[in-house]
Design a protein around this ligand. Structure first.
Ligand SMILES: NC(=O)c1ccc[n+]([C@@H]2O[C@H](COP(=O)([O-])OP(=O)(O)OC[C@H]3O[C@@H](n4cnc5c(N)ncnc54)[C@H](OP(=O)(O)O)[C@@H]3O)[C@@H](O)[C@H]2O)c1
Length: 261
């Protein structure tokens, strides 16, 4: 296990609060495409080991893993299947020695008014985005604290958690749930955990593909910076939460060009 000040017995005295070190081995959920894939590439470029999963291993993810097999572990895992997630964390732990960062990025979207959304769809969205994400966070934290280490978690939420958008009620509820949980967890684990949310505005990806050109142009017009969010706007914000000393905890950082200002 790497040297870490949290490897010694926990002492709650006011002087015993070392800064949480930058994460060196990070789990990324939903890494097959879109923002998740971009996050994997950004972490690798910054020397961070990555354990990346999604249900599909895309050619790009396979290519990245073949180029750096020591730094990148990729597996086809459905986040809602706990046994598979546990096996994946075990394997990642063996490969990297320990895991001290988690980026909760996997999610499914929605594009339906609530009255036309099936009960099955509601269950699927809540199970993937909220229940399975909290479960992965629980499994990650149990390992981290069993090793008496400190770590960092980033939840990718959405501007939809803070502002209303038609057709996204269930999705918005899951992202709002993660933001509430983040505040509670920052208090629960205090100086052993830096946990924050990054809430992007709409950006181009498979998830947002149902938005028409007209809708995208209208969002850009209403955005103070005049342009839609790009994944390259989100990467430095997540990177700083994973690698820099910021003293941010329990917060939601909104990356939307000021659209919600
Ligand atoms: N695009 C936007 O406008 C926007 C705006 C705000 C926030 N966000 C958030 O940003 C994050 C990334 O979104 P994106 O736009 O990049 O979406 P995306 O292209 O649809 O990617 C979603 C990722 O989640 C994975 N995933 C979905 N269900 C999964 C499951 N059951 N198990 C494991 N992985 C699963 C997908 O892989 P598989 O399908 O292969 O499993 C994929 O890798 C999400 O949390 C999203 O809510 C997006």
């Amino acid at each position: 296990m790497p040297e870490n000040s949290y490897a010694r017995p926990y002492d709650d005295s006011p002087t015993d609060h070392p800064a949480i070190p930058p994460a060196s081995s990070v789990v990324v959920s939903g890494a097959s495409r879109g923002l998740g894939l971009a996050l994997v590439q950004d972490l690798l470029a910054n020397g961070v080991n990555v354990a990346a999963f999604a249900r599909t291993i895309t050619p790009k993810l396979r290519e990245l893993s073949a180029a750096r097999p020591q730094m990148l572990l990729t597996r086809s895992i459905d986040i809602t299947r706990t046994d598979d997630v546990v096996r994946f964390l075990d394997e990642a732990n063996r490969q990297f020695g320990s895991l001290d960062g988690l980026i909760n990025n996997a999610a499914v979207g929605q594009d339906s008014l609530l009255v036309t959304t099936s009960e099955e769809s509601i269950h699927k969205i809540v199970e993937t985005n909220l229940i399975a994400t909290l479960n992965l966070t629980r499994l990650f934290l149990r390992r981290l604290f069993a090793e008496r280490r400190a770590g960092r978690v980033v939840m990718i939420t959405s501007i939809c958690a803070q502002r209303g958008y038609p057709g996204l009620a269930v999705y918005a509820a899951t992202k709002g749930g993660l933001e509430s949980a983040t505040r509670a967890l920052a208090r629960e684990y205090r100086e052993r955990l830096a946990i924050n949310c990054v809430a992007p505005g709409f950006f181009g990806s498979e998830m947002s593909a149902s938005l028409g050109q007209e809708q995208l142009e209208s969002i850009a017009r209403r955005t103070p910076t005049g342009k839609l969010v790009d994944t390259t706007d989100i990467l430095p914000v997540v990177r700083s939460l994973i690698l820099e000393q910021t003293n941010l905890n329990g917060q939601v950082l909104t990356v939307d060009g000021g659209a919600s200002a």
